[in-house]
Design a protein around this ligand. Structure first.
Ligand SMILES: Nc1ncnc2c1ncn2[C@@H]1O[C@H](COP(=O)(O)OP(=O)(O)OP(=O)(O)O)[C@@H](O)[C@H]1O
Ligand SMILES: [Mg+2]
Length: 501
């Protein structure tokens, strides 16, 4: 039969076990509790839990109980030094009932803190047989000696403490991964994490902070894959509408008649398949923001309707004459040369001016290389979670390659590149050969032997063609990149006979 003391020990053990396996989040508190239980049950007067610092190889006091507990915490112990150091070095328990005559005893420390040890138990904390620290219980109460039974109990508690540490470490890792997942995708609304490191993007975000406070429409321009949608999200998230809906509509995804009913809704019988009345996306977004992506693909009829929503904040459902009022902020984006579309009549100039009250240009990735390492690391973490593979980052050659490539497909291309590398690579790090990117070619020196004027013109043509190619032959964006007027660019294109090959 178990004695009263044994029952107490078993009960404490069960309690500790339950705590380790619960969602107890404070590992320090838990270790303290284990140490306190072991000390009480073995009737010790003082005790410490020491852990090995991996870098220095020394033991530090994670917890210390007893009258001198606070003072002890200022000390560190080398491996092999004192009884605790001996236990850590040999990975074996010790029961010493005559500390005074034990050569291993660390006398100077005991003298410094003014607490003489007479009897002591010291046992290793082990994770998979490796010693990671020590628990020591000092001075059995009532001038008694520690028994072998006491030693065995401390060993059991040491085992529990080690388990608690392993558990806390895996909890921490799991928490990190979960919070990373949450940060990169707000599950409810599908917002993305916007990575921003370069001064040019940080400055854009400051501007966004300011214009988010207004209700003006914003036209977001920039090449394909630069992150226009993420900038639109930020405009919403940093505005007072942030808790209201953010509705995304891709104007290129639907034919005009379907898009119309999608945007404005329809009444029953409005067209053949309209068996019931339906709310449109503008109504659904009331109080929030509507993001019209690929606005350059919006047909002329819907352009007119949209203009009215912006000007009068009203519209009618398809098949109805009843005016509906809404409070929405409109954001739009395109990678097309919208000014050219206004010039050739495929985009209404009045709508363009209304949308373009606050234009926002998102620069291509090659003009903000500071963002590349941060983005690449972010995409690698994301891909590692998806593929359940592990990498220690990018080799320096791989990072150099990422930094020197021109990324015509911008952030989207970088994301795909990292994703592919993560799937295919068998290395510890992502290496340059995993990346499958071609080094950017420098312009050839074909101007060598001609007159200066010809040479300059050849160079100009070459330079402008390259800029146009990089910007998808979008003249507005190219002119901006070259820091010249669009009309001047258009003249140069004619004069230098630059044409798509
Ligand atoms: N700063 C950024 N931080 C993190 N991810 C980004 C960033 N910029 C872009 N991305 C990612 O790159 C991809 C392309 O972004 P997005 O769809 O916003 O591009 P876009 O400018 O709208 O391009 P397109 O004109 O082709 O529609 C997305 O997967 C997006 O999550
Ligand atoms: Mg887009």
């Amino acid at each position: 039969m178990l004695s009263r003391i044994d029952t107490q020990k078993f009960n404490t053990l069960i309690e500790v076990n339950a705590l380790i396996n619960s969602n107890y989040t404070d590992i320090h508190e838990l270790l303290m509790l284990i140490l306190e239980s072991a000390t009480r049950l073995c009737e010790g007067d003082a005790s410490s839990l020491l852990l090995i610092n991996k870098e220095s190889g020394e033991l530090f006091f994670e917890s210390a109980l007893g009258v001198k507990g606070a003072e002890v915490k200022h000390f560190t112990v080398k491996l092999g030094e004192g009884i605790a150091g001996w236990v850590a070095q040999h990975n074996r328990s010790l029961l010493v009932n005559d500390v005074d005559h034990d050569d291993r005893h660390f006398r100077s420390m005991a003298q410094q803190i003014g607490y003489p040890a007479k009897t002591m138990i010291a046992v290793p904390l082990r994770i998979k047989d490796m010693c990671i620290g020590v628990i020591e219980i000092i001075n059995k109460l009532g001038n008694q000696y520690f028994s072998k039974d006491d030693l065995e109990w401390v060993e059991i508690f040491a085992n529990q403490a080690a388990l608690a540490i392993v558990n806390a470490k895996s909890m921490e890792k799991a928490r990190d991964e979960i919070s990373f997942l949450h940060s990169q995708l707000d599950i409810e609304q599908g917002y993305h994490t916007l990575i921003a490191k370069s001064p040019i993007v940080l400055e854009k975000l400051e501007i966004i902070d300011r214009i988010a406070q207004t209700d003006s429409s914003v036209l977001i321009l920039g090449e394909s894959g630069v992150g226009k949608e993420l900038f639109a999200e930020q405009l919403h998230l940093r505005s007072k509408r942030r808790n209201k809906p953010f509705i995304r509509i891709n104007c290129a995804a639907l034919p005009e008649n379907l898009l119309e009913s999608e945007l404005f809704g329809h009444v029953k019988g409005a067209f053949t398949n309209a068996v019931s009345s339906r709310k449109g996306r503008f109504e659904a977004a009331d109080g929030g923001t509507v993001f019209l992506d690929e606005i350059g693909d919006l047909g002329l009829l819907l352009q007119a309707k949209l203009l009215r929503v912006i000007q009068q904040k009203t519209f009618e459902k398809v098949g109805s004459n009843t005016k509906i009022s809404v409070d929405v902020r409109i954001l739009a984006a395109t990678n097309k040369d919208i000014e050219a579309m206004v010039e050739n009549g495929s985009f209404r100039s009045d709508l363009y001016y209304r949308l373009n009250v606050l234009p926002m240009y998102v620069p291509p990735l090659r003009q903000r290389t500071e963002d590349i390492p941060e983005l690449a690391t972010f995409f690698l973490k994301k891909s590692m979670l998806e593929t359940k593979k592990r990498f220690d980052g990018f080799s320096s050659e791989a990072m150099d390659a990422l930094l020197s490539y021109s990324w015509p497909g911008n952030v989207r291309e970088l994301e795909n590149c990292v994703q592919r590398a993560c799937v295919l690579s068998k290395n510890r790090q992502i290496e340059v050969e995993d990346l499958a990117i071609i080094k950017t070619v420098t312009p050839s020196q074909e101007a060598g032997t001609r007159s200066l004027k010809t040479a300059v013109n050849v160079f100009k043509a070459h330079f402008i063609r390259k800029a146009l190619e990089e910007n998808n032959w979008n003249q507005v964006v190219t002119a901006r990149a070259l820091d010249i007027q669009r009309t001047y660019l258009s003249r140069l294109i004619k004069e230098l006979a630059i044409a798509k090959e």
